[in-house]
Write a protein that binds this ligand. Structure first.
Ligand code: ADP
Length: 201
């Protein structure tokens, strides 16, 4: 195991292809685990309908993103289809040191990059039942034109090949099954980390 010497919380990274259900599953998991907090990613992409500033993402301009990058504010950052995404280093560190468990929702490359920096973070790969089902979910979500969906599916084939580098693979077929599996996994992993007598989140 790597080291997080001053941290009492544990970092969980939920990743997987676009459309597999990361946002949906994590939102449910957060309702059931009060000690788990989501660190909210910065992005330069436009909000989708229903997305809330500061809850789903921190929506910023390109200029703001560049400034934050120069200040070293990101644990990792990436450009995906012309939009920038970055995970908030300070927020993650603060939550962990307060004794919260933290969940980050990241693309596959971002997840692998976090693991290099924080080796005892726990990487979870959310897997779709099939590429056909993944395509159906992306179509049902209704946020992307057909050519973007095709690109996401092409990328998903590469991403699925990275699953073996993750600590855990969770199948998101029936939503409730995936949610309870993830809750159980987090509970089991975090018990070992609980500091006796220490403040929790
Ligand atoms: P991601 O965050 O991985 O891009 P989303 O959470 O936006 O994915 O989910 C993509 C679409 O799939 C959404 O319309 C969501 O309601 C749907 N979805 C998520 N999980 C399931 C599931 N287990 N079964 C069927 N549809 C699902």
């Amino acid at each position: 195991m790597g080291s997080q010497p001053d941290c009492k919380g544990r970092l969980f990274v939920v990743s997987g292809p676009s459309g597999v259900g990361k946002g949906t599953v994590v939102a449910e998991v957060l309702k059931r685990l009060p000690n788990l907090k989501r660190a909210v990613t910065y992005t330069t992409r436009q909000p989708r309908q229903g997305e809330v500033q500061g809850k789903d993402y921190r929506f910023v301009t390109r200029e703001e993103f560049e400034r934050l990058k120069e200040q070293g504010a990101f644990l990792e950052w990436a450009e995906v289809y012309g939009n920038f995404y970055g995970s908030p280093k300070h927020e993650v560190e603060q939550l962990l040191s307060r004794g919260c468990d933290v969940v980050l929702v990241l693309d596959v490359q971002g997840a692998l990059s976090v693991k290099q920096q924080i080796p005892d973070s726990v990487l979870i790969f959310l897997e779709p039942p099939s590429l056909d089902e993944l395509k159906r979910r992306l179509e049902a979500r209704g946020t992307d034109p057909p050519e973007v969906i095709e690109r996401r599916i092409a990328k998903a084939q590469w991403e699925m090949g990275q699953a073996c580098k993750f600590d855990h693979i969770v199948l998101n077929d029936e939503l409730e099954d995936a949610v309870s599996q993830l809750v159980k996994l987090i509970q089991e992993t975090t018990t070992a980390q609980t500091v006796e007598g220490g403040e929790r989140c």
